[in-house]
Design a protein around this ligand. Structure first.
Ligand SMILES: [Zn+2]
Length: 450
């Protein structure tokens, strides 16, 4: 908190010329009751074509982008907040998060966690995430339906957080990556999303729909952060994956497949999944198949470094550290080939493995491994919005879309790392981060009543 206040002071000094354009804008909170307020920025990135517009005013009303004006053509009665030398981008999207999980909770500790514990952890992580500029996330599975409950609480305005597309509980085979395999047989423990066989898998998809999941996530291969399975090994059979995808799509739900191994990836793509998560060991045939079918790859190319550094220091299980080493560099090479080949790539980080709010660290890695800055930004805005099916609502700064905005000091097309330190964030018309205002005014974090 002290650090945060220090930052605020520092920015207030640097942006000493920033002023409120009128008294009406002095409390920059959209009450949702018909007030219109606006921000003026030096630059705005149009992610649709990668162009940069200069001197733009974005007007917000009822949580939506009401109008875009060139500076100088603004209606006289509009209260305009001067943001100064910042670049405005659409709110960012992380297509792979676990808000109700947290790296502070160790592998064994998860066994003692209640659904209530997870839900409360999720509230704190939702705030950290939205304040980091991520105004939309796709929640790819929890031990319970806590992500869906969090989504609903955020939608109702009870707690601040990003827009959530929730997968409910992860689905997988007995003893697989989506199961918990730490206990001896006498405890007879299986995770809630375990289903074996095509009809059991269909029934589990129906269960997710019954309890309000927006999409389905399943484990097609083994994983890194669990025990007793290998990332390279396929888990669900072709028959099970075909049944799962058929059932989900018929019910109008998209499907995300956790898949590291080359065969699991190809089987999942052929089954018709909408996205492949991790894709660490993808081969050339898999890359071509993904491109041809338009299957999104969501490759979490940052967190291998986090697991290596922090996991080694904290004594994470040896099996997890080994599997992490076996999938980190090869995944980044696969990412580089995917970029070169033009495979659809959406930004997703597996936040929860590393601390929530650090999501934007991955941008540096995506640029280092082959993307241009605008490609990386588009993967976390318009492209991710398409994968999530929310592109009519968010993903670009356009009149009529939700007012999801991020401002960074300077030009992220020159320095992508700037995205790690947003100065001003608006989520569905509410200001959730404001480091550009003067410190004499009230605390920048406000969760106003509807
Ligand atoms: Zn995950």
């Amino acid at each position: 908190m002290d650090t945060y206040r220090g930052t605020l002071m520092c920015w207030a000094l640097m942006w000493g010329t920033s002023t409120w354009a009128s008294a009406a804008a002095a409390e920059p909170v959209d009450t949702g009751q018909g007030t219109t307020w606006a921000v003026h920025a030096e630059r705005l990135i149009d992610v649709r074509d990668g162009s940069v517009q200069r001197d733009v005013v974005v007007a917000v009303r009822d949580g939506r982008i009401h109008a875009l004006y060139a500076a100088g053509k603004v209606p006289a009665d509009l209260a305009v907040r001067e943001l100064g030398a910042v670049t405005l981008l659409p709110g960012l999207i992380d297509a792979h998060t676990h808000l109700t999980g947290d790296p502070k909770i160790g592998t064994w500790e998860t066994l003692g966690r209640s659904e209530a514990n997870d839900a409360i952890t999720g509230v704190a992580n939702a705030l950290a995430t939205v304040r980091a500029g991520f105004t939309t996330v796709r929640e790819l599975g929890a031990y319970n339906h806590s992500s869906s409950a969090l989504r609903d609480a955020i939608d109702r305005g009870e707690v601040p957080g990003p827009r959530i597309r929730s997968a409910g509980i992860w689905i997988g085979m007995r003893g697989g990556h989506c199961d918990t395999n730490l206990l001896a047989p006498q405890y007879a423990h299986y995770d809630a999303g375990i289903a074996d066989g095509p009809w059991a898998v269909r029934a589990m998809v129906r269960e997710m729909a019954k309890y309000g999941a927006d999409l389905v996530k399943f484990c097609a291969s083994g994983g890194v952060t669990t025990v007793g399975n290998e990332p390279g090994t396929q888990q669900y059979t072709t028959e099970e994956m075909d049944a799962l995808v058929d059932e989900a799509h018929r019910l109008g739900m998209k499907v995300a497949a956790h898949a590291h191994g080359a065969e699991a990836i190809k089987t999942a793509i052929r089954a018709g999944v909408d996205s492949v998560e991790h894709a660490s060991l993808i081969d050339e045939e898999g890359l071509r198949l993904a491109k041809q079918r338009g299957t999104w790859l969501v490759m979490d190319v940052y967190n291998g470094d986090y697991i290596e550094e922090v996991g080694s220091k904290e004594g994470w299980l040896a099996e997890i550290l080994r599997k992490n080493r076996e999938t980190t560099d090869v995944q980044r090479e696969g990412f580089r080939r995917a970029v070169r080949l033009g495979v659809p790539l959406a930004f997703g980080t597996d936040a929860g493995i590393y601390p929530h709010g650090d999501n934007a660290i991955q941008f540096d890695y995506m640029v280092r491994f082959g993307m241009t800055p605008i490609q990386a930004i588009r993967s976390a805005t318009l492209d991710a919005a398409r994968l999530l099916g929310v592109d009519a609502e968010t993903g670009s700064i356009e009149v009529g879309k939700a007012a999801d905005l991020v401002a960074v000091a300077g030009d992220p097309l020159q320095d992508i790392a700037l995205l790690r330190h947003p100065r001003f964030v608006v989520a569905r018309g509410r200001i959730v981060r404001d480091e550009l205002r003067t410190p004499s005014l009230p605390s920048p974090y406000v969760a106003p009543a509807q």
